[in-house]
Design a protein around this ligand. Structure first.
Ligand SMILES: [Zn+2]
Length: 316
């Protein structure tokens, strides 16, 4: 029987944790479902990654209101993926911040990505009818910008490509807390269908060079010691590098993508098979790695139809 497509068979609700990491930083994490970061400044609140729908974002707002009544003025999109951006309207923020590269991806493939992601992972789009459409940044930057929330310095930086072309991290230098988006995962499989495999390890190196004391990954528990941060960076780099090396070797010996997928799966499953969404991600990740190792320097656009054709070719 064909394995259930992507995460359509994943229906179990996760337990939410809302924890304070420093004087100003909080993490909303969900046992491997997409995380949200919260920064409470002197006069305003910033939310990093919005959740998948406005109804789901209401739970983040409820937690924020348990600790502060300051206005939520900013939403930061760490990258363009629907599961992190489509809930943004719920916050009624003054500004939605994203890198120019992320905005370019929304223009080019936001619509296709929205349809594709909703079909891949229905549980993560609870009350999908509350989504008003695509989320458009109102404030874009190239490279880096700094936001001052009163005396709190919030640095918003593109340290390189990895999970997507537009990847952005949020860094609180005074408290050494970093929100990485999906550039770093912990106990969760990195999704690499839109990735730049050869750049990703260098970008992780740039994160490590900041020497974060704490790090909130895109998925998985908040990392609250330098040792845990290093573990999260190492795990992500090892997965990305091992997968790409396996695919590159298959390409070099002239194998087709389905055979290369089988080999990559056999190599990676013993080590990473218990990470959440392993079975969901691997076919997408190998497809993108194969593309990058052959003739597509940039990720091709995923559509709901291309998703199904790829799944059938790999798993059928
Ligand atoms: Zn993502």
């Amino acid at each position: 029987m064909l394995k259930a497509f992507a995460s359509q068979a994943d229906l179990a609700e996760k337990k939410i944790t809302f924890e304070q990491l420093s004087e100003n930083a909080y993490a909303y994490t969900a046992e491997g479902d997409p995380n949200t970061g919260i920064v409470i400044g002197d006069d305003a609140v910033l939310v990093a990654d919005a959740q998948a729908t406005p109804v789901m974002a209401q739970d983040v707002i409820r937690r924020i209101r348990e600790v502060t009544d300051k206005p939520i003025r900013y939403v930061l999109l760490t990258h363009y993926h629907a599961v992190r951006v489509l809930g943004a309207s719920a916050y009624k923020a003054d500004h939605i911040i994203a890198s120019q590269d992320t905005r370019d991806l929304i223009v080019e493939r936001g619509e296709a990505d929205m349809k594709s992601e909703i079909e891949r992972f229905p549980r993560l789009f609870r009350s999908v009818e509350s989504v008003p459409g695509l989320t458009w940044p109102t404030l874009t930057f190239k490279g880096e910008m700094t936001l001052w929330l009163g005396k709190l310095e919030v640095r918003i930086m593109q340290l390189g490509r990895g999970h997507t072309k537009g990847d952005t991290v949020l860094w609180l230098p005074q408290q050494r807390v970093l929100f990485s988006g999906d550039l770093v995962e912990f106990g969760a499989t990195p999704y690499a269908g839109d990735a730049y495999f050869q750049d990703w390890p260098h970008t992780l190196q740039a994160i490590a060079a900041l020497r974060p004391a704490k790090l909130v990954p895109g998925r998985g528990a908040a990392l609250s010691t330098p040792e845990q941060v290093q573990q999260g960076l190492d795990d992500t780099r090892n997965f990305v590098s091992e997968l790409y090396a396996s695919v590159e070797a298959g390409v070099a010996s002239g194998k087709d993508v389905r055979e290369i997928y089988g080999e990559a799966r056999n190599k990676l499953k013993p080590k990473y098979g218990d990470w959440v969404i392993f079975d969901h991600c691997l076919p997408f990740d190998v497809t993108r790695a194969f593309d990058e190792a052959t003739k597509y320097p940039d990720p091709r656009i995923w559509t709901a139809q291309r998703d199904q054709e790829m799944w059938q070719a790999m798993e059928g």
